[in-house]
Structure formats: C-alpha cells, structure tokens
Design a protein around this ligand. Structure first.
Ligand code: AMP
Ligand code: MG
Length: 430
C-alpha cells in the first residue's frame, strides 16, 4: 500500500521583517540596475515628452544668437541722448530677421522685437517713450541707460553649454529649450516594460459579471484599473495579464510568462502570509524574493524580488518583481511611494523624490499610529488641509476625494493648526 505524500507540518509562518519605507527604498535603489545607456533610443524631440534623457543635451548655438531688441522701438547710442526730449533722425528700419547697417552716429534706427541691434547702438527705447516726428526723425522722451532693452547674445544659452542634464524627465518647456539649442532628436532611455496582474479569487471584472450575478464575497477588481493607469501615466508600457487565480501553479505560470519580455512585474494582493497568498512561494520557486513588512500605513506587506527568464538566467536576464498589497488604497499608495521610484530609477532618474510642502492641518489626528502614516487629505480654500474622515486602507473614495497625502511621522499626533508635510497626487502620479 503506497503511503500518502508527506504533508508539510502546518506552521505559523515567520513574520517578515518590519522595515522603514526609507530602508526599503534604499535597498530597491541598490538592487535595481538602471538600463544600460547602450539601450538608449534616439527619438524626435517632438516625441520626447515624459521620457528620460540618456545623455546631456549641449547647445549647438548661442541663444539668442546676437544682441537683439527686447522691444518695438528705436535703437540709439546713449551718448547721443543726453537729455529727455532729444530728437534724432531715423537712419534705417530693422525688422526681426534682418541685419541692419552699423548705426550712423547721431541717428536712431527703427527696430522691432527680436531684430538684431545694429553695430554701434547701445540702447533701445521702446516706442511708447518715443514720438515719431514729421520728416523722419524721432523724439526720445527719456534718457536711456547703457544696454536698455537689449537682450544679449547667449544670455539664455551659450554654445556648448549643457542645457538639459542626463537623467532629467522631459517637460514641455524642456522640449522647447532643446529645440532652441538646435536639437531635432534626443537620446532617451527606453520605456520600462511592465507586466501587471491581480491576484484574488474574489475578484471579478465590471462588465463581465453583472452585480446581480456576483457570488457572495465577490468584488470588482479595482486595482487593475488604478495600477495600469499609474504605470501608463509614468510613460511605461503596461502588459495587463488580468486576474490570476489563487493557486500556486497558476501564479508561477503567470510569473514565468511575465518575466520573458518585461523589466518589472507588478502584482496586487496575495503578499500576506495567509494560505491563500501564493505570491511568496511562487516567486521563490521562479526566482528570489524578499518579503517585507513596511512600517507604514496604509500598505504594510510588500514583496520585492526577481523572476528568472530561464533556468540559468544571469542577473541581467531577470525581471524585477514588486508585489503590492491588495487593499485598494494600500496598493495605490505603495505604487507611488515604491514602484514609481523604481520605474524612474530604471530610466536613470536620480532625483525621483517628491519634495513635501509644509501645510497647515485644519484637522485633529489625535491617535497617531506607531507606523508612518499617509493620510488622505485635500487643500481647502484657506490654504489648509482637510482630512477624509475614513482612512481605511480599503476606502478608495478617500483617494479620489483627496488631492494628496500627509506624510505623518510614526506616533506623531496632529492638532489643528500644526504644520504637516503634504505630498500632492499630481506630482506622485506623473
Ligand atoms: P490580499 O492582499 O490579497 O489579502 O487582499 C487584501 C484585500 O484587498 C482583500 O480585501 C481583497 O479582497 C482586496 N483586494 C485584493 N485585490 C484587489 C483588487 N484587485 N481590487 C480590489 N480589491 C482587492
Ligand atoms: Mg488575496
């Protein structure tokens, strides 16, 4: 008679170590290697918005290329205008894009904004302070000082100077500066490829299962929408692998598939240490995993690891793995606090921290948690912060009502009027 296979003795799993968010971030930055610059892509400057520069952008030109007029008016020599009311003959007319003749001493040149200042002129007086006279002369109603209304050659950018540094995320205004420096294309880090899946047998999709058909205990999958949108908002490619059932084999299979052509695998749920939480054993079987209890609220359990692409994958052929907690607010908050930095770091961004704004709390928070808390708040009309009344980690309404979080240190009670650290969603989600 054959023996039944040995069942492992059921034990209470060891509690993962409790670590601070800052420690977790430091470990992640150490463990995650940014993309090699050999993988950088050359893209049209038009298409580079939101990408991260892989190399410094140096200007090919001086901006402006020559001394030019900041005003519509008259160019002159200061020495020719000793007193207000001086009249000078107008010797030439210089619109933008035209290079005038050297200025004849004792005359003025009619000049327009952006036009190159003629040789010899050392001031421009705006037309509002001039009176055009019959017979082609002009009366200057002021005494100009040297350099008045002249934009100097290279005052914005000097040829050869770095105008945009490697590691910078490109904003609309950075695109404009790159263009003014002569850059038609930019070298940028490739977009991270992220695979996303949700775990949880209770999850169903809106549109697939009508409310009246939902089995007891079923809920709609919200993390899939939130996380996918956050990945895309950061300019990353997102492969959405849907819902993976709470089974070890299914979870391993999903991980193997996701590792093939992605840089990072992000999951939600299943990172606690309950029997239904298969992320830990699945990642351990397919790679390596650290399970942490972050000393923060919301968002305690967090898993970080790597998943091999093949049995003998060297380090550079592994996908990184981050398992977020399942509670909707926890996964939302841990995404922008933990995953966002990793996605930016992969692309070579060094300065991924969002700087907090000191703001006045218009609420009391008397029973602060031992852990660092991220409280959903919103700015009010008097430049203070209001608190959403229900701070539960499943209450996604708080994150929609709010426009940011207060980053509250462990054990720190808040009284109305206190100054607190506010982090704005719009910065954390872009
Ligand atoms: P877990 O981390 O899997 O134990 O899940 C924690 C809580 O989050 C449970 O109440 C889950 O039902 C809920 N949850 C997990 N995944 C999702 C999801 N994708 N959308 C909405 N709620 C979820
Ligand atoms: Mg679950």
């Amino acid at each position: 008679m054959s023996q039944p296979p040995l069942q492992p003795v059921t034990q209470t799993p060891a509690r993962p170590p409790l670590i601070s968010l800052d420690d977790a971030l430091a470990r992640l930055m150490q463990a995650v290697r940014p993309f090699d610059t050999a993988e950088a892509q050359q893209v049209s400057t038009f298409d580079a918005l939101g990408r991260v520069l892989a190399a410094d952008v140096r200007s090919l030109v001086y901006v402006p290329p020559a001394d030019n007029s900041a005003m519509d008016g008259y160019a002159m020599r200061c020495a020719d205008v000793p007193a207000a009311g001086t009249t000078l003959p107008v010797s030439q007319r210089i619109p933008a894009g035209v290079v005038g003749e050297p200025l004849v001493p004792g005359t003025a040149a009619r000049i327009f904004t952006g036009a190159q200042v003629p040789l010899g002129a050392d001031a421009v007086v705006m037309q509002e302070q001039c009176v055009a006279m019959d017979g082609g002369s002009v009366r200057i109603e002021t005494v100009p000082r040297l350099g008045l209304s002249i934009r100097r050659r290279g005052e914005d950018v000097r040829a050869g100077a770095v105008v945009l540094p490697a590691g910078m995320r490109i904003t609309p205004q950075a695109l404009g500066l790159a263009a003014s420096a002569g850059a038609a294309t930019l070298s940028v880090a490739r977009r991270p490829r992220v695979a996303l899946f949700s775990t949880g047998d209770e999850l169903v999709m809106p549109g697939e299962v009508a409310p009246e058909q939902m089995k007891p205990g079923a809920i709609y999958n919200s993390n899939r929408y939130t996380l996918r949108a956050m990945i895309q908002a950061l300019g990353c490619e997102c492969t959405d692998l849907g819902i993976v059932p709470d089974r070890l084999d299914a979870t391993r299979e999903a991980l193997r598939r996701a590792a093939q052509d992605h840089d990072l695998i992000v999951t939600s749920g299943g990172v606690s240490v309950g029997e239904e939480d298969h992320i830990k054993p699945a990642v351990e079987a397919e790679g390596r995993l650290d399970l942490w209890q972050l000393s923060m609220k919301p968002g305690k359990p967090l898993a970080f690891g790597v998943v091999r692409r093949s049995a003998d994958s060297p380090e550079q052929h592994q996908a990184y793995f981050i398992g977020l907690p399942g509670n909707p607010v926890s996964s939302f908050v841990t995404f922008f606090l933990v995953v966002r930095p990793v996605l930016l770091h992969l692309q070579g961004v060094v300065d991924w921290q969002v700087r907090p704004t000191p703001m006045r709390a218009d609420f009391d928070w008397p029973r602060a948690d031992k852990r660092r808390e991220f409280l959903r708040v919103r700015r009010n009309a008097t430049s203070g912060l209001d608190l959403f009344p229900n701070q539960g980690s499943g209450v996604l309404t708080s994150a929609v009502w709010g426009d940011g979080v207060v980053d509250n240190p462990p054990g720190q009670a808040i009284r109305a009027g206190d100054t607190v650290s506010y982090l704005q969603f719009s910065e954390l989600l872009s």
